[in-house]
Design a protein around this ligand. Structure first.
Ligand code: ME8
Length: 517
């Protein structure tokens, strides 16, 4: 039987295991999780990939510092990233580690393919290298830091490296890349980042050193001579490994490649938007459809760093505010693509005013009135007034608007569009005052409560990608069966059935109360 036609393949960066996961890693994976969930609910066959980048000098150094063998060290830290997925309710379909057998096979195959196409040649490298970024820099890119140290644009210290190395003929791909960006204006988002990449490429591309000999922790270059493959060529290939490459004629590669979206932070855009498509073009493999480079989080206005001691641990946030509250905040607070600042006050404001007051109260008021005044069952509506119809028309039109926003990763705009409807529903409650209708016109009260319950059903279905647990609880309280929660069940055709008995309502979005103890 043929599978669903619409597929969606989305990836996070694979994270270095030199450090424990923090809010930045959680952010990128969260954005992917929300898109993956959205697409699944919208009928797509989704593959959502995340994982860990375990080779290279940086990881080797961290292992050494921890007094461990690299493999034992990476086993340990990689587990922390898996735990992060569970903590934040991420729905990834796969978790790749670059130390896996399947990955070695893929990377070495891609290497051979590049050699066969005359894209790799031996030479020797003499130049600057930043271990922190695992990246090479030209003299012109460097500035002087404290103590006369040479500093890369990322702020990382560089060191002088001289060693035998294989090179990839990146310089040959400059024109093809520029043409590719021109023909695919949606390849790099946001737009401002596209300009940045284009001017970098226009500035001229040098051939890229793609093997190292100074240390051993990596995938060996096929054919030996003690080289290991450059960690970025190794790491980027994970996106192919996970869909079964080198097998290309069937299976997951055939279904999912090229990837629909590589989500990355702005720090690693160059690797994804320049080197990666060049490697793929050179290997005659299709290029991904989009790279989205999001912005950077700071903490109460300051750069997040271990040395400043202000690392925000996802587990602390979840414990304090709740998992869905954290998920909501991170994507609501900042236009996706811009830098963002985390502050306790901003978090509390969002949780209390938007989740507890706007949405939580709407649901709680409606469901409590139904429970008390309609025999705890979905009421039977009478004829709809213009006001009722306007409310329902608003929510019926939402999916179309949301699809457009999610297609360009505008999460905050998607949430804003939903909150407009929630606020409209709260305005409707105030106007209709169902608590007064209870005595004056009980039939009209039922119609109003029905229109509100239908509105909440729509909102809870549409908000599932952002806040899966809370929305599931809300849908339970509305008596919506699990099989009826996909986007195809929105709309009047699947409206709540009058007479359905509902459980006793319970608040889903508590207010955050400062603990002064
Ligand atoms: O670069 N704000 O891994 P990495 C927002 N292994 N996002 C942040 C962040 C912050 N303060 N800090 C980190 C690597 N991130 C390579 C990737 S992919 C083939 C190889 C997120 O562990 C953001 O997504 O340094 C950034 O791009 C990524 O973590 C870097 O993770």
């Amino acid at each position: 039987m043929a599978g669903p036609e619409k597929t969606y393949y989305i990836t996070t960066p694979i994270y270095y295991v030199n450090d424990d996961p923090h809010i930045g890693h959680a952010y990128t994976t969260l954005a992917c999780d929300v898109l993956a969930r959205f697409k699944r609910l919208d009928g797509y066959d989704v593959k959502f990939l995340t994982g860990t980048d375990e080779h290279g000098q940086k990881v080797e150094k961290s292992a050494l510092a921890a007094g461990m063998e690299p493999k034992a060290f990476t086993d340990k830290v990689s587990r922390n990233f898996r735990d992060l997925d569970a903590l934040l309710n991420f729905s990834n379909d796969d978790f790749i580690r670059t130390t896996e057998e399947r990955h070695y096979k893929a990377v070495q195959h891609l290497w051979r393919r590049l050699v066969e196409r005359d894209q790799i040649y031996p030479g020797s490298y003499a130049g600057w290298y930043a271990v922190r970024d695992e990246a090479f820099y030209t003299e012109a890119e460097l500035t002087k830091g404290p103590g006369g140290k040479n500093i890369a644009p990322s702020g990382a210290e560089v060191e002088w490296v001289e060693e035998p190395s294989y090179f990839f003929k990146l310089s040959e791909w400059q024109d093809r890349l520029l043409q590719f960006y021109e023909e695919n204006p949606g390849f790099i988002l946001p737009k401002s980042r596209r300009n940045e990449v284009t001017s970098f490429v226009k500035g001229g591309l040098l051939d890229l050193s793609v093997s190292r000999t100074a240390f051993k922790w990596g995938v060996p270059v096929p054919g030996g001579d003690n080289h290991i493959i450059y960690v970025w060529l190794d790491a980027l290939t994970n996106y192919l490994t996970a869909v079964g490459y080198p097998q290309t004629d069937s299976g997951e590669y055939a279904a999912y490649w090229p990837a629909d979206l590589h989500m990355v932070g702005k720090d690693i855009l160059r690797f994804h938007a320049v080197y990666w498509p060049a490697f793929l073009m050179a290997a005659e493999l299709p290029t991904p459809k989009r790279v989205f480079a999001h912005g950077w989080w700071t903490n109460e206005g300051r750069k997040i760093s271990k040395s400043l001691g202000n690392v925000i641990k996802p587990c602390d946030l979840v414990e304090k505010y709740g998992v869905d509250q954290v998920r909501y905040f991170l994507l609501r607070e900042v236009p996706f693509g811009n830098d963002g600042d985390f502050s306790h006050q901003a978090m509390v404001n969002r949780v209390n005013s938007e989740l507890a007051n706007d949405f939580g109260n709407l649901a709680q008021r409606t469901l409590s009135m139904i429970h008390k005044n309609c025999g705890a069952a979905v009421p039977d509506p009478g004829d709809l007034t213009e006001d009722d119809q306007a409310l329902l028309a608003g929510v019926h039109g939402l999916l179309g608007a949301l699809r457009g926003k999610m297609e360009v990763q505008a999460f905050n705009e998607a949430l804003e569009a939903m909150w407009e409807q929630i606020r409209a529903a709260n305005g409707y409650v105030d106007r209709q005052a169902p608590w007064k209708l209870k005595n004056d016109d009980p039939e009209r009260m039922k119609t109003v409560l029905y229109a509100l319950a239908e509105t909440i059903r729509h909102m809870a279905i549409l908000l599932q990608p952002f806040m899966p647990d809370s929305c599931a609880r809300m849908l339970d309280q509305l008596g919506v069966k699990e099989g009826n929660r996909a986007f195809q069940h929105l709309g009047a055709g699947n409206a709540l059935a009058p007479g359905t008995v509902l459980p006793k309502p319970e608040g889903v979005f508590p207010r955050y109360v400062e603990d002064d103890g």
